[in-house]
Design a protein. Structure first.
Length: 195
């Protein structure tokens, strides 16, 4: 298969898709920095995390600016978000910087939304884009991760606010995705046979 194109439509090597993929690549230096013992390793990790957040903002902008919105981009963007967050948050849980229950909530929500998205794509042939509630949730989880990375007692209250705000948004966004999921199921009663 030509890598320039894909089966769900659109060019592969667009600016927005490259930015989304770079978000996953940025996790490598973050992981290396977290397990290293160099001075200010966590502060450097935060810098890479902020860079990842910037790519998240820019990929959507460039997709609209250059008319590169595609079904593939709708898959790569949230997949990059979920992969990046999953990698870092699991590692922070191992280091006891983030509670296990919180990580479990993040990972379970992402897996359910991703699985539901695959089902909807199989059923309708279309990929659903992330909504604003989902984007806000990702940002709040990222902010929680950043303050957990810093591991500074002076940010304890800010971390708690970010953490619980993200919990509320996870519940709201999951409810939103669930409502949209069932609305689509009802409007597409006939499921195509999947081999």
């Amino acid at each position: 298969m030509n890598l320039k194109y894909n089966t769900i439509g659109g060019k592969f090597w667009t600016v927005s898709n490259v930015l989304s993929l770079s978000r996953i690549a940025l996790m490598a230096p973050i992981v290396v920095l977290l397990i290293s013992a160099i001075p200010f390793h966590r502060e450097y990790a935060v810098a890479f995390m902020l860079l990842a957040l910037i790519t998240d903002a820019l990929d959507g902008y460039f997709a609209r600016r250059f008319n590169q919105v595609s079904e593939l981009g709708k898959v790569i963007d949230p997949l990059a978000d979920k992969t990046a967050i999953g990698i870092v948050i699991v590692l922070l849980t191992v280091y006891h910087d983030i509670a296990f229950w919180y990580t479990g909530m993040v990972v379970t929500r992402d897996l359910l939304i991703f699985t539901g998205g695959i089902y909807i794509t199989k059923r309708t042939g279309k990929v659903l884009a992330s909504n604003y509630l989902g984007k806000i949730t990702v940002v709040l989880i990222a902010v929680t991760i950043i303050f957990a990375l810093l591991r500074n007692p002076m940010f304890h209250d800010v971390l708690a606010i970010a953490e619980w705000s993200s919990v509320v948004m996870m519940l709201l966004s999951f409810a939103s995705y669930t409502w949209r999921f069932f609305a689509i199921i009802i409007s597409h009663p006939k499921l195509e046979q999947i081999s």
